[in-house]
Ligand binder design. Structure first.
Ligand code: UN1
Length: 492
């Protein structure tokens, strides 16, 4: 079996300990590969390489850096089908969605390639004569990237493309479930012309390799996507070390269906947002807040459609829902079935681990809908990260918005209404980083800021121009060409 290794200082190397782990396909149980398992000493090597490479990469003309990103984006296009299949095998999402994930990487590469010729700063007048004022973006140095398994191409590009184009070097610790794709991404970056040492890959677990990266004194910025618990712990470590950190930590996203909504359209949006990627998106719609007058019909329609969704290996184009990522995740998701029932919600469809035929060899959970729930139940509050959604009836738009806002997260939300006034009121009052009108909670595009309020993040945004703020610092430059001492605020 192939052994996948770290990429450090321009070489593919095993972890110093020689330890390895094996990853299985979550749909079939077949082995995907053996992976090197890194620790602090491997992170040390990678940070040293990235620090060395930073000395020259920061001076490499930004438009030329952008050209490497363009070539990388084109290589992603060329390898799209291959990478989509690898993704389905590694983490289970259905092949059409895996293609979308790679496409999101293409989009981000091309968008950030353009930043090679932008990275706009400001030029301003000076309050003194014969003096020039401007501000420029500067890279921070070595970026520590910690990425999740649910978007194994898209999210690494969200972080690496803005980091690279602005002149940083990288040490990347990908999720251990999806390290094969991480190796592929690094191979394509090299093929695109990225110099040695600029991108360093360290494969391993969060507790050893990830923690070492977060603590390393020569890594001034950490970009992390993952769970709230790990994110908060990461933030504490970063504060201790005085480093910057950008966190993306999940959601408990709601779709509000008001009494004037196009219900059929809402049903499509709810099913796509709740059960796409088996509910394993930070943006997944795990709550439906429905006007009480239509909640019953809505639940019937949802249950009817969910019952007909096909579970299976995502490589089969006719499959609607793939497995969840692991045995432990399956157990975690399934544990919420008892939680919901005990809290008094009605389990209207699903609720079981799926074990029919071939499904027994993977980690499949039936698409599940709870109805007649209240906003304060655990199933309405906690991120489940599986194919489960909870319908909560409400009596007014005000109540619906309150319920939507009354969770610790604030990533994405959606409102279905035909009334433009109510749409705008919801846009004003819903406190999330992303909001959709008459569309589900998933499907953010890469040129707008991505991220959320409250427990979802720490004020930073990925994607779009906003991402540049994570990977650069402003330098304000004053050039005095008067040849005399001019004292700002004093000489007039
Ligand atoms: C995630 O779930 O972490 O908006 C990212 C979306 C995708 C990205 C999701 N474009 O659902």
């Amino acid at each position: 079996m192939v052994e996948y290794k770290n990429y450090i200082a321009g070489k593919w190397v095993e972890a110093r300990s020689g330890d390895t782990y094996v990853r299985e396909n979550p749909a079939t149980g077949e082995e995907i590969g053996t992976f090197t398992k890194s620790g602090a000493e491997d992170v040390e090597d990678a940070v040293a390489a990235a620090s060395e490479a930073f000395k020259t990469w920061r001076l490499y003309p930004a438009p030329k850096r952008g050209e490497i990103l363009y070539r990388f984006g084109q290589l992603l296009i060329d390898h799209k089908e291959e990478m989509a299949r690898m993704m389905t095998e590694e983490m289970g999402k259905v092949i059409s969605e895996a293609r979308g994930d790679v496409q999101e990487g293409v989009d981000m590469s091309f968008y950030m390639a353009g930043e090679g010729r932008r990275q706009f700063g400001q030029t301003t007048p000076s309050e003194l004569p014969n003096k020039w004022n401007m501000s420029v973006r500067k890279p921070l140095g070595v970026v520590g990237m910690i990425t999740p398994w649910n978007f194994p191409v898209a999210i690494p590009t969200w972080k690496s493309m803005p980091a690279l184009v602005t002149g940083n070097t990288i040490v990347w610790k990908p999720a251990s479930y999806t390290a094969r794709l991480a190796v592929k991404i690094v191979e394509l970056l090299l093929e695109a012309g990225l110099p040695e040492g600029v991108m360093n890959l360290v494969i391993g677990g969060g507790n050893d390799a990830g923690a070492a990266l977060v603590k390393h004194p020569d890594v001034p910025v950490i970009s992390f996507t993952g769970s709230n618990d790990v994110g908060r712990a990461t933030a504490i470590e970063c504060a201790r070390a005085g480093k910057q950190v950008s966190l993306e930590m999940g959601g408990k996203n709601a779709i509000i269906v008001l009494d004037d909504a196009d219900v059929e359209l809402a049903v499509d949006g709810i099913l796509w947002s709740a059960f796409g990627t088996s509910g394993q998106r930070c943006t997944a719609a795990s709550r439906v807040i429905a006007d009480r007058t239509l909640a019953g019909d809505l639940v019937d329609a949802l249950a009817g459609r969910a019952g007909g969704m096909k579970l299976g290996n995502g490589l089969d184009e006719s499959v609607d829902i793939g497995p969840v990522v692991s045995a432990s995740q399956l157990e975690r998701v399934h544990a919420y079935m008892a939680v919901g029932k005990d809290e008094g919600a009605d389990l209207v469809i699903g609720g079981e681990v799926a074990r029919d035929g071939d499904l027994a060899s993977g980690y499949f959970h039936q698409p599940t809908i709870f109805a007649n729930a209240t906003g304060d139940m655990r199933i309405s509050q906690e991120e489940i990260f599986g194919p489960v959604t909870t319908v909560i009836p409400t009596d007014s738009i005000e109540e619906a918005v309150n319920v939507a806002n009354n969770v610790k997260y604030g990533l994405s939300a959606a409102v279905y209404t035909r009334d433009v006034n109510r749409a705008f009121a919801a846009m004003r009052d819903i406190y999330t980083g992303i909001l959709y009108i008459n569309a589900g909670t998933i499907g953010a595009e890469i040129h707008l800021p991505f991220g959320g309020t409250k427990g979802t993040g720490n004020g930073h945004r990925e994607s779009g121009e906003a991402a540049l703020d994570v990977y650069t610092e402003w330098q304000s430059i004053y050039v005095d060409y008067s040849g005399t001492l001019q004292r700002a605020q004093i000489d007039t």
